[in-house]
Design a protein around this ligand. Structure first.
Ligand code: IMP
Length: 426
C-alpha cells in the first residue's frame, strides 16, 4: 500500500466509495475528509451493522484509525454530533480520535433555509443540507469558521450580520418572511460546538507534521466538481483531486507521491438535475434502479440511471490523473443479454470524444454506443478472479482500453469481504 492514498468518485457520486474506503483504510493510520459536508452519504456494512457516514471519514470506524475533518469541509455541527453519537451507540468509540479543523466553515441553520429558497429557482436538486450557501458565505468572506465559536463576541457579531443579510435576500428576492430565533442557533450550533470543542485543532499542521500513512476520502464525484463537472449542476466544492490541496491545507507538493484511485460504477447514476447523456427511462430504467438499489443514502431519492459513459469516465481519469479505477456493482449487470457503453457524443453532426464544458452540448448530445455481449454467470460476491465470466472480463478490458488506466479492484457486493483485486495496489 502507498503511504498516501486518495479515493474519490469518478462519476456523479454514489459510486460505492464508502465500502472501498472502509476496506482500504484498515491499512492507514489517518483518514481525511477534505471537501463537502453532510451532503455525502457513504454506506458501510460491518458485521451486518450498517453505518451511513455523512461528515466523518469512513476510516475512523477502524479502532486504530484517526479521523480528520479538514478545512475544506463545511460542517453542520449538530449533524456531526449526532453522527458521532449514533456510531458510539453501536459500540464504536470514536470521538477521542477525531480532529476537526478550526478553519472549516460552519453550516448555519439559515444556510439550509437559503438552500431551499435557491433550489426553488435553480432546480439543481441539491441535498438541501445548506452546502451551497455555506460555501457562498465562505467566498463572500462572511462565513463563520469553527475557530470563531471560541470567541462568543466574534461569533454573535457575525451571526447578527449574517441574519440581516439572509433576511434581506429572503424578503427582497424571494418575498418570504424570515425570522430566526437565536435560541435555535444555540441548539443547532453552540451546544454541539461545546460537545466537539476539545477535538478542534489546526488539522493542516497535524497532517504536515504527521509522517503516518494517510487515506484521503473524496465525497461526491468528479462530474459534480464545481469547476470540472457539469456546471451549474454540480456541488459547491472541488470534489475531484483538484480539491485536495485547498481542502486539506497541504501544498500540492505533499501529494506528488500520492496514489489516486477513482471509484466508478459499472453503469451510471446521478441524483438531482443536470445533463446525463446516457440516461435511460421507463421499464429499462426501473429494472436497473431496482437491481442496483439506486436510492439516495442521504435523501432517499430514486437515482437516475443509465449506461456507462466512457467519455465522462475518461474525463475523470484525466482530471484526477488517476492511477486506476475501482469498479463497483458489476454484479448488477449480471444476466443482461447485451450491455451498452457510450464511446462518444454526437451533437449537431460533430463527434465529441472529450467531455465538453458546454451545458448545451451535454444536454442535447446523443450518446454513441458500442454494444457488448452480456454474461450469464454470476459475479455477485466474487472473490476469485479466475471465476469471472469471459464476457465480464471482456467488458472490463473494453473499459481499460478506452480510458487508458487499469481497473485495479472490483467490488462485488455490499459486504466487506465481497471484492477482488485485479492488480496490486501500489
Ligand atoms: P449539494 O451538494 O447538496 O449542493 O447538491 C448539488 C448536487 O450534487 C445535487 O445534484 C446533488 O444531488 C448532488 N450531490 C451532492 N452530494 C452528493 C452525493 O454525496 N452523492 C451524489 N450526489 C450528490
Amino acid at each position: 500500500m502507498p503511504k498516501k492514498l486518495v479515493i474519490l468518485g469518478a462519476q456523479w457520486g454514489d459510486e460505492g466509495k464508502g465500502k472501498i474506503v472502509d476496506l482500504l483504510s484498515e491499512n492507514f493510520d489517518v483518514s481525511v475528509r477534505y471537501q463537502g459536508g453532510s451532503n455525502a452519504g457513504h454506506t458501510v456494512v460491518i458485521n451486518g451493522v450498517k453505518y451511513v457516514m455523512h461528515l466523518l471519514p469512513t476510516g475512523i470506524l477502524h479502532p486504530h484509525n484517526i479521523g480528520v475533518i479538514a478545512q475544506g469541509m463545511v460542517v453542520d455541527l449538530k449533524a456531526l454530533k449526532e453522527e458521532i453519537e449514533d456510531i458510539e451507540a453501536k459500540g464504536n468509540k470514536i470521538l477521542h480520535k477525531l480532529y476537526i479543523s478550526d478553519r472549516a466553515h460552519v453550516v448555519m441553520p439559515y444556510h439550509k433555509l437559503l438552500d431551499k429558497l435557491f433550489e426553488k429557482k435553480n432546480g439543481v436538486g441539491t441535498t438541501l443540507r445548506g452546502i451551497g450557501p455555506s460555501y457562498m458565505f465562505k467566498f463572500m468572506r462572511k462565513g463563520i469558521r469553527v475557530a470563531d465559536l471560541f470567541d462568543q463576541k466574534v461569533f454573535e457579531k457575525k451571526v447578527e450580520e449574517n441574519i440581516e443579510f439572509v433576511k434581506n435576500i429572503a424578503e427582497k428576492v424571494f418575498g418570504e418572511k424570515f425570522e430566526i430565533d437565536t435560541r435555535y442557533i444555540e441548539e443547532e450550533v453552540v451546544k454541539p460546538f461545546e460537545f466537539l470543542k476539545d477535538r478542534i485543532i489546526d488539522t493542516a499542521k497535524f497532517l504536515r507534521e504527521n509522517s503516518k500513512s494517510v487515506i484521503f476520502e473524496g465525497a461526491q464525484g468528479t462530474l459534480l466538481d464545481i469547476d470540472m463537472g457539469t456546471y451549474p449542476f454540480v456541488t459547491s466544492s472541488n470534489s475531484s483531486a483538484l480539491g485536495l490541496a485547498n481542502g486539506t491545507g497541504l501544498s500540492p507538493k505533499y501529494f506528488k507521491d500520492a496514489c489516486i484511485y477513482g471509484v466508478a460504477k459499472a453503469y451510471l447514476t446521478r441524483v438531482g438535475g443536470g445533463p446525463f447523456p446516457t440516461e435511460i427511462h421507463g421499464e429499462e430504467a426501473e429494472k436497473l434502479r431496482e437491481k442496483g438499489g439506486e436510492y439516495g443514502a442521504t435523501t432517499g431519492r430514486p437515482r437516475r440511471v443509465g449506461w456507462l459513459d466512457l467519455v465522462a469516465l475518461k474525463h475523470a481519469v484525466e482530471v484526477n490523473a488517476l492511477d486506476g479505477i475501482i469498479l463497483t456493482k458489476l454484479d448488477v449487470l449480471d444476466g443482461y443479454p447485451e450491455i451498452k457503453v457510450c464511446v462518444a457524443y454526437e451533437y449537431e453532426g460533430k463527434i465529441y470524444k472529450d467531455f465538453p464544458a458546454s451545458l448545451e452540448v451535454l444536454e442535447n448530445c446523443k450518446p454513441v454506443y458500442e454494444t457488448l455481449p452480456g454474461w450469464s454467470g454470476s459475479t455477485k460476491g466474487l472473490t476469485d478472479i479466475s471465476k469471472l465470466p469471459a464476457n465480464a472480463r471482456k467488458y472490463l478490458e473494453f473499459i481499460e482500453n478506452y480510458i487508458g488506466v487499469p481497473i485495479v479492484m472490483l467490488s462485488t457486493g455490499p459486504q466487506r469481504h465481497e471484492y477482488v483485486f485485479l492488480r496490486e495496489i501500489i
